[in-house]
Design a protein around this ligand. Structure first.
Ligand code: CA
Ligand code: CA
Ligand code: CA
Length: 317
């Protein structure tokens, strides 16, 4: 009997270990939608473009932990818009005059950056906050930033595929699944590309979060979603979206600093402009971004909060 009890205990422990092993280390699973509130830019658009107010939510996990969704948002100044047809008039002819320089090192090199994100970004250089996107959800704007820093320069982007149902990773009344992607070019020749490191911290919607594996960073490509005529769908969302789950990971405190080790993150995946956006914020100013490439993790659809890093060691020749 004792032997049998012991073997039952061993089996139970193995079962528990297997269950734990099914979700990547540090992952927390939540179910359903968080109550949401307006956040960031909440003024109605001045033009009649199709726009969605930015909304944020706080969700409580079964272990009591609280999570800001779709991401914790930095409380810093917004970037100057190159194109904004919501709180701006579309093309902003004065963006070069309006952009201010964030001085990290007074004797540093002045760098100008051009950034477009689906839907939102925040940027740090060498751990100093540079700017956040002026519009979190839609419509899609494009922005300029400027800073002065010494090499090596570590770029740290927080990029968010914003949703309107926090916790579900879904958007609009149709509960469809949106996608992400962002692109940046800097005046010293630094561009987004596959040499950047990326990691995902909010993966949703998921039916069974054990579809997320760790293989050179967290990989959600085995998680199911389908393209349908009414937008991207996931199996858990077809009958009752509130049964869908999110897999969340805590953002490391020091992730924006040069000393942070991102070697376990994946190399960025490249996407074409067509895969990410056909909106005027990018298309009307595409030449500003050449030859940068749109990047994200391996899953443009289900990975909603993506951190991206790259260090430029010395001025490009
Ligand atoms: Ca935006
Ligand atoms: Ca999106
Ligand atoms: Ca998404």
């Amino acid at each position: 009997m004792e032997l049998r009890a012991a073997s039952t205990l061993v089996a139970a422990l193995l079962g528990a270990a297997t269950a734990l092993a099914q979700i990547p280390a540090g992952g927390v699973v939540t179910t359903g939608e968080a109550p949401s509130r307006p956040c960031g830019v909440t003024a109605a658009c001045t033009s009649d473009v199709r726009a969605s107010m930015q909304r944020c939510g706080t969700i409580t996990a079964p272990d009591g932990s609280e999570w800001e969704l779709p991401a914790p948002i930095a409380d810093g100044p917004a970037a100057v818009d190159i194109y904004n047809d919501c709180t701006g008039q579309g093309d902003n002819p004065n963006y070069l005059d309006e952009v201010e320089t964030v001085v990290i090192d007074p004797d540093g090199v002045e760098i100008t950056g051009y950034i477009f994100a689906d839907n939102y970004y925040e940027l740090w250089v060498n751990g100093t906050f540079i700017a956040r996107d002026s519009l979190g959800m839609t419509p899609f704007n494009s922005t300029i930033v400027r800073f002065k820093a010494n090499y090596p320069m570590t770029y740290a982007f927080k990029a968010v595929d914003w949703d309107t149902h926090p916790g579900l990773g879904m958007e609009y009344d149709s509960y469809r699944v949106g996608d992400g992607g962002f692109i940046a070019r800097f005046s010293d020749g630094t561009v987004t590309g596959s040499h950047w490191k990326v990691e995902t911290f909010y993966i949703a919607p998921l039916g069974d979060p054990s579809c997320v594996k760790v293989d050179n960073g967290r990989d959600s490509t085995a998680c199911r979603w389908e393209k349908t005529p009414s937008g991207n769908r996931v199996p858990c969302g077809l009958s009752d979206p509130q049964t869908c789950k999110a897999l969340l990971f805590e953002i490391p405190d020091d992730w924006t600093t040069p000393v942070f080790d991102a070697s376990s993150w994946a190399d960025a995946t490249l996407y074409t402009a067509d895969q990410v956006t056909g909106t005027p914020g990018y298309v009307r100013h595409a030449e500003l971004f050449e030859p940068a490439r749109f990047i994200w993790t391996r899953n443009l659809v289900l990975d909603n909060l993506v951190l991206a890093r790259y260090t430029v060691e010395a001025p490009p020749p």
